[in-house]
Write a protein that binds this ligand. Structure first.
Ligand code: ADP
Ligand code: MG
Length: 593
């Protein structure tokens, strides 16, 4: 082994960069934090190619003195703390002096800055951590930092970057966190020349609707809870406004984004059992706590923090949410005027009267079950018969005529189907079983190049997509078309749904589409092909739910079709569909053998 040497600073910085800047999103985060610490009123973020080509942050903050510009790019150089005691009273977002040297070591950086009260500004160019040029320049007060060719000198890391959509979504995720916590700051975002956000200063409430829309805001409940010198303030969604992912969960500690599973869990707990499985509440929680009661210096990106007494904070979250959920605030507004959706539903019922429904569990199976009562008692009529009128006599006769009547199926807890087989018992999970059936059918359609049948909407449905949803939508719209959606793009991020897959219940199209986009995003980067992901998303969202009562004939059809699939034993996500219990095993349990 050779001698021990202290690494030259630019190599040390490159190594440190691995901790603070791992992708364009983290560069954006660090630069915007610096602008906020510099008390900027207006921050503009300019991105080219998801940050792979350019990340530029323009602010009108206090700027950097000419004598300090180079220093800012040295390791552990910071203007934010001076001594060890300061670590216990940090009120700025940064304090370690690591971000700028780390960023500069893996990119080409140009800084232009002019400090408050100075007449002339400074411009500095750094290439892979090496200072190339420094000169005086005319500049307005503030700082503009441009980061080009990120990771040009660390190809390993550059190759590690994901698609533009994924990387840009990560940038957006960071920006949203800042947008929400700093409503008094004017933020602008420009990506590849398009202005995506322009958010003038507003109140906290208004900032939420600026970003997520008025409808989202209306689905929130305000909370506030105090304990000594700790305050928790925020918004949680009504129990019927949950989502299939945790994207819209924001927790701030003194306006710094933190990730804390336990506190997110406290919020979840606050809802009691009002939230369905695999749904997550949306919330933004602002915790204000004296800096001495928390250690933010425990994680490289400062996303994790250590509280002096985490249990107290947990209970503060829990009780705030619980109170809000029990208050009158959560009762949704009752609107007297019929909405377009309900008119649509009425219209649709007329449309479906007398229309035959199909016996099978594939496409069209759920058509016709448009009212609540029926969908909780799904029955599958035969091609030749008119729509079911819950006439049990008729049904019974049809069963026998068609020879599908089998007595050895039972539904337990509206969730599992139990049946006797030669070797013992099988237990089938009805939801995943149906998911498997739909999945294979859709795949078959997609692979054979055929289009899945669709149904025209009587009233096309306009939707404003959130930016992240829109990006995913743009990536997969071709596939959406193949599974039966007909969607027109209007201006901005507004889309117009004109037709939907035959299987989707009219009125549910918006929800199903969003769920597909969510599902797709959650599984991004996995080993599945796009068409497999679409098929999995669609079948999961459209399969009969656990909790739905099934008639005997429906169970028969389901079991029949399940065992005609290629892989009846596992659902597209790998969950088991069927569990067996051997007679021998039972005998052993009962000590017969
Ligand atoms: P830290 O934020 O932890 O202090 P950085 O490496 O991010 O470390 O920044 C180093 C220093 O450069 C900061 O302490 C600050 O003095 C200065 N600085 C960085 N960005 C800006 C900016 N946009 N406006 C004014 N000063 C800045
Ligand atoms: Mg910083």
């Amino acid at each position: 082994m050779s001698e021990i040497k202290v690494l030259p600073e630019n190599i040390a910085n490159k190594i440190a960069a691995g901790e603070v800047v791992d992708r364009p999103g983290s560069v954006v985060k660090e630069l915007v934090e610096n602008s906020i610490d510099a008390e900027a009123n207006h921050i503009t973020v300019v991105i080219e190619q998801a940050g792979k080509e350019l990340i530029q942050v323009i602010d009108d903050g206090i700027g950097i003195n000419e004598t300090d510009v180079e220093l800012a790019f040295q390791r552990h150089a910071t203007s934010k703390i001076v001594n060890i005691q300061d670590l216990d009273r940090i009120i700025t977002l940064g304090f370690r002096g690591e971000a700028l040297p780390s960023i500069a070591s893996v990119s080409r950086v140009e800084v232009k800055t002019c400090a408050k009260g100075e007449q002339v500004g400074t411009s500095l160019k750094i290439n892979g951590g090496v200072i190339e040029k420094k000169e005086k320049t005319a500049f307005k007060q503030g700082t503009t930092i441009s980061v080009k060719n990120l990771f040009f000198n660390t190809p390993g890391r550059r190759n590690f970057l994901r698609t533009d959509t994924t990387e840009f979504n990560r940038i957006l995720k960071w920006l949203k966190r800042f947008f929400l916590a700093y409503p008094e700051i004017h933020f602008s975002l420009i990506h590849n020349g398009d202005e995506l956000y322009n958010l003038p200063p507003v109140s906290q409430d208004e900032r939420i609707s600026q970003i997520f829309g008025q409808k989202f805001y209306d689905g929130l409940v305000y909370i506030r809870e105090e304990l000594n010198d700790i305050t928790l303030e925020g918004y949680v969604c009504r129990p019927d406004q949950t989502r299939g992912n945790t994207d819209n969960q924001f927790i701030y500690l003194n306006r710094r984004t933190i990730v804390n599973r336990s506190l997110a869990h406290a919020v979840f707990q606050g809802y009691g059992n009002l939230i369905e499985r695999s749904q997550y509440p949306q919330f933004m929680m602002f915790l204000h706590i004296p800096p001495r009661l928390v250690d933010i210096n425990v994680h490289p990106t400062k996303m994790e923090v250590r509280f002096a007494n985490e249990r107290v904070i947990y209970h503060l979250f829990l009780s705030a949410v619980r109170k809000a959920i029990q208050s009158k605030q959560i009762i949704p507004e009752f609107k007297m005027k019929p909405t377009q959706a309900s008119q649509k539903e009425i219209e649709n019922q007329f449309q479906n009267l007398g229309k035959p429904t199909k016996r099978d569990f594939g496409f069209g199976a759920l058509q016709g079950s448009d009212n609540e009562e029926e969908s909780s008692q799904i029955s599958f009529a035969y091609d030749s018969l008119p729509k079911k009128r819950k006439d049990s006599e008729d049904k019974g006769r049809a069963d026998i005529q068609n020879g599908t009547y089998q007595a050895n199926l039972w539904q337990v807890h509206s969730r599992y189907i139990v049946s006797q087989i030669k070797s013992g018992l099988v237990i089938i999970d009805q939801h995943v079983a149906h998911e498997r059936i739909l999945y294979e059918q859709i795949l078959e359609y997609l692979q054979s190049g055929k289009k899945v049948p669709s149904q025209q909407l009587l009233f096309p449905h306009n939707m404003d997509l959130a930016l992240e949803d829109y990006l995913i939508y743009s990536d997969i719209k071709e596939w959406l078309g193949k599974i039966g959606f007909v969607i027109n793009e209007l201006s901005g991020r507004t889309i117009n749904i004109e037709a939907i897959p035959a299987d989707v219940k009219v009125g549910n199209e918006g929800k199903v589409l969003i769920e597909i986009l969510d599902f797709y995003r959650r599984n991004e980067g996995g080993e599945y092909e796009p068409h497999e992901k679409i098929a999995a998303a669609f079948s999961c969202k459209n399969a009969i739910k656990s909790g739905e009562k099934l008639t005997l004939e429906a169970m028969n059809a389901l079991v029949d079709q399940l065992f005609r699939t290629k892989e009846p034993y596992f659902c597209p996500h790998g969950r088991p569909v069927v569990v067996t219990l051997d007679l021998e095993e039972l005998d052993r349990k009962f000590k017969r053998i």
